[in-house]
Design a protein around this ligand. Sequence first.
Ligand code: 3HC
Ligand code: NAI
Length: 698
Amino acid sequence: MSEVVKLERHDVIAIVTVNSPPVNALSAAVRGGIFECMKSAIADSEVKAIVLTCAGRTFIAGADITEFGKPPKPPGLAEVLDLMESSPKPIIAAIHGTALGGGLEVALACHYRVAVKEARLGLPEVKLGLLPGAGGTQRLPRAVGPELAVKMIVSGDPISAAEALKNGLIEEIVEGPASGGEAFALKVLAEKRPLRKLRDDDSKLAAAKADISIFTNAVAALTKKARGLEAPFAAADAVRAAIELPFDEGLKKEREGFLKLVASDQSKAQRYAFFSEREAAKIAGVPDGTKPRPVERVAIIGAGTMGGGIAMSFANAGIPVTLIETGEEQLKRGMGVMQKNYEATAARGGIPADAPAKRMGLIDGKVGLEHVKDADLVIEAVFETMAVKKEVFEALDKHAKPGAVLASNTSYLNIDEIAKVTKRPQDILGMHFFSPANVMKLCEIVRADKTAPDALTTAVSIARKIAKVPAVVGVCDGFVGNRMLAQRGKQSEKLLFEGALPQQVDAVVTKFGMPMGPFAMSDLAGLDIGWRSRKDRGIKSEIADALCEAGRFGQKTGKGYYKYEGGSRAPLPDPEVEKLIDETLQRMGRKKRVVSDDEILERMMYPMINEGARILEEGIAARPSDIDVIWLYGYGWPIYRGGPMFYADQVGLKHIADRLSYYAKETNDPSLEPAPLLKRLAAEGKTFASLAQQSKAA
Ligand code: 3HC
Ligand code: NAI
């Protein structure tokens, strides 16, 4: 008898229950258990129908991702599904939680499916750089039609039980999965319904068979945003095979595509990202079982760019917020921006029509810091000046309730110094959100010297609750993300002095897969802020200064490193900038040289990786994968490249260390010398990943 799959009989109905926490993934044991239980139930002459259901929080959430890349263990999923679909007795999948990937494929091989109303059903393989590998691309189009099927498969997004019912993916919405499944099975028997084998049912494919453009148009729209990714295209091809080929040939095509993708670098990177994200939520050095403090109400200080976005993130998750400003005027402006933002999303169909009013109803605008008194968590998002932050935290210390977690959204400032002005340093930490805060998923949780373990756990857990990806970091200038970014910024600026143009540098970075290059990003942020700060500090950056002196502040003035025409945000190379750079270099007596794209790529990426190595050495990040999570979710690092530290391991640390030494000499820049940790790993022929394995073993 299987440990993870159980067979019971209720009169003529066999109930097969998978119980393999946490998510009933299809490990070899689960596959074997289902196979054996199904065989016994089919062989039992007393049994007339079979219900497949799951214990715990969810129906089967997919293949066991940890098994990918390892030698396959029998039985294969295809074999299990074949047995089920060929069963002479009806099999009913009774779904709760999430039926995802291989889980939905199991359900599709059943003859009927029912689900509770909260259930979600989907084929998210593409998010792991894969395509559904157990018949999903062939059976789903037969269940719901190729248009919806390809949408689900290429986007990877699940649908609700209600949508599943409307589109024929499930037969009924039931109250409880097991009881509902059993009642449905009795109905199937009473009505003597024929077995519905999706493999034999081509009725929903007819329209696309007659006119493939129905399908190809849908694919063109769906793959528009899939720049650089292999899986969405391969998945669409497999669905096309369902339309054009007989079932078994389609299955073969799907299998080939799956095997190719599972071995690809892209899928390896995407699977790594999946586990890294979950690993990042486990806080190094916090005692096991540390419970988060309850958070029922949040206060946010400052209704500017960040405060507004953060408030929206909480309201989106149904958590009430007190949003505090210095005056009615500022408050009105901040509330107005949020209202408009919600309305625009609703107009696009991104949220229901009544959501703006509901969500704004959760945000209570107030003037005066005394209004923090009911909040369990306070997030400060005021101006980036230490004096202002200290003033705010002194007031918070006075007004916040005991035990409230007090967080700063500072981008660079020292949280230890902020904590010192309060009498409760154990409750102080950083929660560094990224702009736009209602969209970007990353939240760097900054652990200060005296932050209590349960304050840290509270921040991580609430970040997850509002659908952010938390990563714990230590105190340093710019924390992890911005500190690494500064190294790239320094090199991009230097490249202009050597002969590269902004558009050349940006093109290399976007071709690599980043959403934006450093110069387009500077234009977006505004060049004047840095210019003023350089002036205050008596520092020069001749090209950037010359741009600002010519009134080119970036997008907001229609000109910066690029020009912007007719209110468009699209950066256009500008011959005037080229001239301005030439003149500046001539004035400085600098000679231009041809800078190759390869050099640009290395000088954009390797100094960041080098800084990542320093960050690890200093313990500012606990794991290389935490750094990768920060780059994936805070800076748009392409998921199929895993993150900078993962990418470094792919390239090889010795090569990176050698190239850094080379550039340090060639460009007379000692800051490019490889960090000690990078040097050591390179000399030992090791990877950053080996550090994570070491610390797990310790
Ligand atoms: N395989 C192995 N482990 C898995 C897993 C899977 N498919 N899905 C989740 N886990 C693990 C997580 O790593 C985590 O482990 P940890 O506690 O040790 O960190 C634990 O289960 C809980 O996961 P979450 O923290 O993500 O729990 P949530 O409740 O937030 O989310 C979920 C649950 C929605 C099921 C989410 O885990 C998820 O999206 N899982 C992946 C689903 C997926 O991609 N399925 C397709 C797999 S590929 C496939 O099926 C190929 C097939 O076509 C042949
Ligand atoms: P902002 O200037 O848009 O907003 C700041 C708001 O704080 C203003 O509305 C101001 O009236 C209010 N404020 C100032 N003092 C206050 C006080 N004592 N009480 C209540 N409200 C007060 O600034 P922004 O961009 O939102 O930045 C806020 C913080 O977030 C800064 O620390 C910044 O470094 C950080 N940050 C900014 C990011 C960005 O891209 N803008 C990204 C990540 C962090």
